[in-house]
Design a binder for this molecule. Structure first.
Ligand code: ADP
Length: 441
């Protein structure tokens, strides 16, 4: 990793180095060219000022000859300047620069117009930049050497700091490699000594691991509770099968009792398994609902009728029934409301009252299921939506159930963005108020 970063730096330095040299080359050469151009301008001005036509005679042996010197070094750069009279296509040269021996013959042509005594001329100036180029190369070598020294020292230092910087990543990946479900609770990425973004990243990963651990633990708990719940009916069924084995063929009473018990346990197991499957497959987000508009009133009235049939010894009141259109999954909502009604029956005794209402409040649908049954303590109310939770007094009274109904009902109500409110008094009764909000567009 550190090596790859160093290589990336190196690439960066090389490209920048090349660009820098090229830029320097352009600036250097153009400043040299500017100096020559300035000289040609001076020449033109002086020729014009002298106004000597003879000097410009193309056939004169003298020609348009002028000596040009480097202003600074006084070094002779070239001897002659070519010229051509306006209207002609040819250039006439005096003594040319001899470029044949120059190692890098870099020559720039510069044609200039001028006039002397109303006659126009074009003079061709030739700038020999070969010397300048050679000077540039000499400087460039020195610069390159300096640049390489600087780059080498930056890369050496960079590599050391890269290794230091990458150390936390190495530690993190080693920790991540060690992570399994067995050490999920103890292993976390070490954020000590980590800085800035890396520290943030480690914290984010640790928070994610915390969430995974919580969900894994609850899943584990769920499986263990589910197995525990299944163990009881299986043991009961096995007990009755043993009884049947021994006395079933001779004792009619044992036979009858066993069949009934096995039927009950099988029903209870079926109910448990269905709820388990539902809860393990779905959560608030994955629950697939087929929502449409429907009137809640007939649905609740049907359920009241069914309840009256199965719980004839409870007093079923249905005082308020209002038409209210809801947007939701009819089957799922029926399943949820049925859980509240079944509980009201289950956790009350003969002669107790059960009240079921369906009301329209601010366009929301409010369903109330109240009973004058065994009620709940404050502690129970806080836990009844936890999977497998059953209050102690319910367990002690041997009332059937697995503590999954309300979790399932809550899941469905929440998937309709609904709310559940509870009022309960121990030994006096309970009220569950379910609100399904009006569809929000
Ligand atoms: P189950 O009824 O199978 O135990 P639920 O999830 O439906 O599971 O209910 C969880 C617990 O909440 C019950 O065991 C009981 O203690 C309490 N509970 C629910 N409804 C009522 C009620 N109407 N009256 C009193 N207690 C209730």
């Amino acid at each position: 990793m550190a090596f790859r970063i160093s290589m990336a730096y190196l690439k960066l330095f090389v490209t920048h180095g090349v660009l820098l040299m090229f830029g320097f080359f352009l600036i250097f050469m153009s400043s040299e060219k500017d100096a020559y151009e300035k000289m040609s301008e001076d020449i033109i001005k002086s020729v014009e000022a002298r106004g000597d036509e003879n000097l410009l005679n193309p056939y004169s042996t003298q020609g348009f000859s002028m000596r040009i010197q480097n202003k600074v070094s006084m070094e002779k750069i070239y001897d002659d300047i070519a010229y051509k009279p306006r209207g002609t296509t040819e250039f006439f040269y005096g003594i040319h620069m001899d470029l044949t021996n120059a190692r890098y013959a870099i020559v720039i042509n510069d044609d200039r117009n001028f006039s002397v005594r109303n006659k126009d001329y074009v003079g061709r100036f030739q700038y020999n930049l070969t010397d300048s180029y050679e000077r540039f190369i000499a400087i460039a070598w020195k610069l390159l050497l300096l640049y390489l020294v600087i780059v080498a020292s930056i890369i050496r230092k960079g590599k050391r700091s890269d290794i230091k910087l990458l150390e936390p990543i190495r530690v993190m990946s080693a920790t991540a490699n060690r992570l399994t479900v067995n050490n999920l609770h103890s292993e976390r990425l070490n954020v000590e000594g980590t800085k800035n973004e890396l520290k943030d990243l480690a914290n984010v990963i640790n928070a994610m691991l915390d969430r995974i651990e919580t969900s894994y633990e609850s899943q584990k708990q769920f499986v263990s509770d589910a197995s525990h719940e299944l163990r009881t009916p299986i043991a009961v069924i096995q007990g009755y099968i043993n009884m049947l084995n021994r006395w079933g063929s001779t004792n009619e009473e044992v036979l009858q009792e066993s069949i009934e018990a096995i039927q009950n346990e099988a029903r209870s197991m079926q109910d448990l398994v269905e709820k388990l499957l539902f809860l393990s497959r779905h959560d608030k987000k994955t629950l697939k609902l087929t929502k449409k508009r429907f009137n809640m009133r007939p649905l609740v009235e049907d359920m009241v009728r069914e309840t009256k049939l199965v719980a004839g010894n409870r007093i079923i009141n249905n005082p308020i029934m209002e038409d209210v259109i809801v947007y939701g999954d009819k089957q799922a909502l029926k399943q949820a409301i049925r859980i509240f009604i079944d509980n009201a029956v289950k956790y009350s005794k003969d002669g107790d009252e059960i009240t079921i209402k369906c009301q329209k409040m601010n366009d929301d649908c409010v369903i109330t299921v109240s009973d004058t049954g065994i009620g709940m303590t404050k502690k129970d109310i806080d836990h009844i939506f936890n999977r497998f939770y059953r209050s102690d007094h319910v367990r002690n009274q041997n009332i059937s159930g697995h503590g999954l109904g309300l979790s399932l009902a809550k899941l469905i109500i929440l998937a309709h963005t609904g709310k559940i409110k509870i009022h309960s008094q121990f030994k006096k009764g309970s009220s569950f108020i379910i609100t399904i909000p009006k569809r929000k567009f």
